[in-house]
Design a binder for this molecule. Structure first.
Ligand SMILES: N[C@@H](CCC(=O)N[C@@H](CS)C(=O)NCC(=O)O)C(=O)O
Length: 212
């Protein structure tokens, strides 16, 4: 299996990068400087027509969309147990939570972070206020889950959804609805980010200072 990840530190590519490290599979990582607009270079647009990171080249074919890439990797490396097996009783809940994060939290994050750029700058505050409400409702959901289930969002076992959730929680660090202002989520982030794969990811992407 041959993987090449186009990434920008701390962005949506972070969870895919983390997953490749966690899986301990060989891959090549190629930085895309989104502050300089490299994601709109014609060469990059041929790989990812929406001009976004991440792009993952899988056996010479480029694919986008963070959550789809994580699901694909979890499936291709099923022995690592980063998602419940097809026949597991936990499978439906995993699918529900994954799609909930992809459909609810990720668009709200994009709206908050890119309100003025993607939309009308004059309406940005209203967009951000709505996004904050949506993001907070997901933190409520995560809190309820962790209080009921223990260490991880789906129970005892660490998996793909935890990598996705922790990346998105990190994005909220400068928002009024910062996830780790909530003690249950702070404890969860602290414990999950102790994993050697996360520490390695931070070294490779030059990230520090969260969740502490
Ligand atoms: N739905 C896409 C969204 C990816 C996305 O929004 N990436 C951002 C970084 S977090 C990006 O590439 N921004 C550059 C831009 O929009 O120009 C995914 O999940 O992969």
């Amino acid at each position: 299996m041959n993987y090449k990840l186009f990434y920008a530190p701390g962005t949506a590519s972070m969870a895919v990068h983390w997953m490749l490290i966690e899986l301990a599979v060989p891959f090549e990582a190629i930085p895309v400087d989104i502050s300089q607009g490299q994601q709109r270079d014609p060469e990059y647009l041929r790989l990812n027509p929406s001009g976004r990171v991440p792009t993952l080249i899988v056996d010479d074919v480029p694919y986008g969309e963070t959550v789809a890439l994580m699901m694909l990797l979890a499936e291709r490396h099923a022995a690592a147990g980063l998602m419940p097996d097809t026949n597991s009783p936990d499978r439906a809940e995993w699918l529900q939570l994954t799609i909930y994060i992809a459909n609810t939290l990720m668009p709200a994050m994009r709206d908050w972070l890119y309100a003025a750029k993607d939309g009308d700058p004059a309406g940005a505050d209203a967009v951000k206020a709505l996004a904050e409400r949506r993001i907070s409702s997901v933190w409520d959901n995560f809190e309820t889950r962790l209080e009921a289930k223990g260490d991880h969002l789906l129970g005892e076992r660490f998996g793909m959804v935890d990598m996705l959730a922790v990346m998105l929680m990190r994005w909220s660090r400068k928002m009024p609805c910062s996830a780790i202002d909530r003690p249950t989520l702070h404890q969860y982030a602290t414990q999950v980010t102790r994993r050697p794969s996360y520490i390695d990811l931070c070294d490779r992407e030059g990230l520090s200072g969260w969740p502490t």
